[in-house]
Design a protein around this ligand. Sequence first.
Ligand SMILES: [Fe+2]
Length: 95
Amino acid sequence: MALFFIQYYLYHLPKGDGTGRHNIRTILEESLEHEKQGLVLYHQLLHHSEKKSVLVEDFARKMIDEEEIHVGEIYKMLMSPETLQERYVGPWPTK
Ligand SMILES: [Fe+2]
């Protein structure tokens, strides 16, 4: 879902503000908010479906799993390269 929003915003960005810069950070922050809102809604769905429908419960859990991954990916994209390198476990890829 995050990639969808990024693609959407990139497509709908104004063609230029005269500076030639587009604020990717703002796009990522907005995408993060959408992901978090989705996460809240799937948690609500899980809460309301518990002990009523295993099928819906499983769907909600699967979507929560996916949304949590998306949130983590966006957080990584928002990190500075230095922070990301500090938190990276394992040999740092050189190229
Ligand atoms: Fe998502």
